[in-house]
Write a protein that binds this ligand. Structure first.
Ligand SMILES: [Zn+2]
Ligand SMILES: [Zn+2]
Length: 114
């Protein structure tokens, strides 16, 4: 835990805290009022990165899921990629099954329905 910081006033652990609106990462003590600006924005950047990675991961899971059927006769309208996976699901607020397509180009991730 080399990243752990300690309060210079009371020696308690400082917790990372994002200052809303300023995109600045602070380390704040929960025992006293002391807080300091992090010398790098590493933690904050990691969180942003994480959200994007999660989205890519979901797309990757869908696009590489061996249980999903693939179709090569279709072209993605967004990027022209020639392979998509498709699955049936119930669209929100609708009854019955609808066929959904997801573009296999991971940097595209376009979804459309039949
Ligand atoms: Zn303190
Ligand atoms: Zn596409």
């Amino acid at each position: 835990m080399s990243a752990m910081k300690f309060c210079r006033e009371c020696n308690n652990i400082l917790y990372p805290k994002e200052e809303k609106g300023r995109r600045v990462l602070l380390f704040a003590c929960r025992n006293c009022e002391h807080q300091e600006i992090a010398d790098n924005n590493c933690v904050y950047r990691n969180e942003v990165h994480h959200a994007a990675a999660e989205r890519t991961q979901i797309l990757q899971d869908v696009a590489t899921d061996p249980t999903l059927q693939r179709i090569r006769e279709l072209r993605c309208a967004a990027c022209g990629h020639g392979e998509a996976v498709f699955f049936q699901a119930t669209a929100r607020g609708e009854e019955g099954m609808t066929l959904f397509y997801v573009c296999c180009n991971l940097s595209c991730g376009n979804r459309w329905r039949e």
